[in-house]
Ligand binder design. Structure first.
Ligand code: PLP
Length: 431
């Protein structure tokens, strides 16, 4: 029943001549699972279609943005309607004001917001602002959390960085690395120790409030609130990196779900409806340190791009006005997770599954996964086999153990059944 991938293989061979590793973002290369990446041609609803005409049920959804499924009519229409205006003005537009107001109305802690073009730009800018605002240099991040490829974050980074075994990338200077302190996720005592060892030097603590980049890891009870209390006490800017979780775990992101408010929030993925958009925002007082009102410089030729704003506005407006999307996502993801547990029971397997809302990960380990160290107890060889068995059955999973899956609203009950049938067979094939 082997699928034909001849065209993808030809393209990959060509691509490797002209693009480093044949891909424009490392995790796409399938290095962690072996084999060759598939080249996609089109997508609609819950499905991806590759260059060889195979179709796949998509559990990545462009690494998060396509929460409504691919080629959603509302977003496509918004883009089409915006096209005759201009592709780019480089001047302020009404759309940007509306977008800022919408974000502020949806994300509980955001009082002012600046648009950028990616999640990486959002996090890089946010820590610069936190440093400028506090007059301090150091930041604390957590092992296995990924905040994009800014130099300061490529220290014990998760996602593609750990997948490729380069958690500390060459090219990041010692000076930059020295200003990034790291602690294990869910370990408040370790954070306290770092703060004590660096008195009045820590500008910001940045974290994924629910982690997607070491696989899905859930904040322990009290962890987020504990960080909130520490930051308030020590004058540290608490930054929630909600690039994955924003508009996904609730319309107000993880901060709404857990009821803990950061000082700053970084956003990406869903905020652009599939177009390249990011944003950072937070308390009015902190955001007023950003140029031109304040001294911290940050800019972008294409920031607030009219087509990107239109796509993003359409996605966010739809989510804001259709709370039933979140109910559906929860129901379907519960079904996928509970069904996988039943399949494992049937096969005598006892792997760990973590889930929050429409994000989940199956870890090939029997240990609870609460941080990066426990995520790394997973059997990567077995995960790779499972990945390929699923792919052969038309299910497109993230090609790494250290990634979360993202469920889209286009996955119906019947498609969930199809997923679970493949899951049972694929798990069996790994035995
Ligand atoms: N922050 C988090 C939590 C992410 O998951 C990512 C990307 O996956 C980023 C930041 C970087 O976003 P981008 O890839 O848009 O630069």
């Amino acid at each position: 029943m082997s699928l034909i991938h001849t065209t993808s293989q030809e393209l990959f061979t060509r691509a490797q001549d002209s693009i480093p590793g044949g891909v424009n973002s490392p995790v796409r290369a399938f290095k962690a699972v072996g084999g060759q990446p598939l080249f996609m041609k089109a997508a609609k609803g819950a499905y991806l279609f590759d260059e060889d005409g195979n179709q796949y049920l998509d559990l990545i959804n462009s690494w998060g943005p396509m929460i409504l499924g691919h080629a959603h009519e509302v977003i496509e229409k918004a883009v089409r309607d915006a096209l005759p205006g201009s592709l780019s003005f480089g001047a302020p537009t009404r759309r940007e004001v509306e977008m800022a107001e919408l974000i502020i109305s949806m994300i509980p802690s955001v009082e002012k917001v600046r648009m950028v073009n990616s999640g990486t730009e959002a996090t890089m800018s946010a820590i610069r602002v936190a440093r400028g605002y506090t007059g301090r240099d150091k930041i604390i991040k957590f092992e296995g959390c990924y905040h994009g490829h800014g130099d300061s974050f490529l220290i014990a980074a998760g996602s593609g960085a750990v997948t490729l075994g380069v958690p500390d990338s060459p090219g990041v200077t010692k000076g930059v690395a020295n200003d990034t302190l790291t602690a294990p996720y869910n370990d408040l005592a370790a954070v306290q120790t770092l703060i004590d060892a660096n008195p009045s030097q820590v500008a910001a603590i940045i974290l994924e409030p629910v982690v997607g980049n070491m696989g899905l890891v859930v904040p322990a009870k009290g962890f987020l609130q504990g960080l909130r209390d520490l930051c308030t006490k020590e004058g540290i800017v608490l930054i929630f990196d909600e690039v994955m979780t924003g508009f996904r775990l609730a319309k107000g992101g993880a901060q709404e779900l857990y009821g803990v408010l950061p000082d700053m929030t970084t956003l990406g993925k869903i905020i652009g409806g599939g177009m390249p958009v990011g944003a950072y925002g937070g308390k009015r007082e902190i955001m007023n340190s950003v140029a031109p009102v304040g001294p911290v410089y940050q800019a972008g030729t294409l920031s607030g791009n009219p087509i990107a704003m239109s796509a993003g506005m359409a996605a966010l407006t739809y989510l804001n006005e259709h709370p039933e999307v979140y109910t559906h996502l929860q129901t379907i993801t519960d079904k996928l997770v509970n069904g996988t547990k039943q399949n494992m029971q049937q096969l005598g397997l006892n792997y760990t599954i973590n889930q929050v809302g429409s994000m989940f990960s199956l870890f090939f380990t029997e240990q609870p996964v609460t941080d990066f160290a426990s995520a790394k107890t997973s059997d990567l060889g077995r995960f790779g086999k499972y990945f390929h068995e699923m792919l052969q059955r038309g299910i497109y999973l993230a090609p790494s153990q250290y990634e979360t899956l993202f469920v889209s609203a286009a996955i119906t009950d019947a498609l969930a059944d199809q997923y679970l049938k493949a899951n049972l067979e694929a798990l069996q094939a790994t035995l």
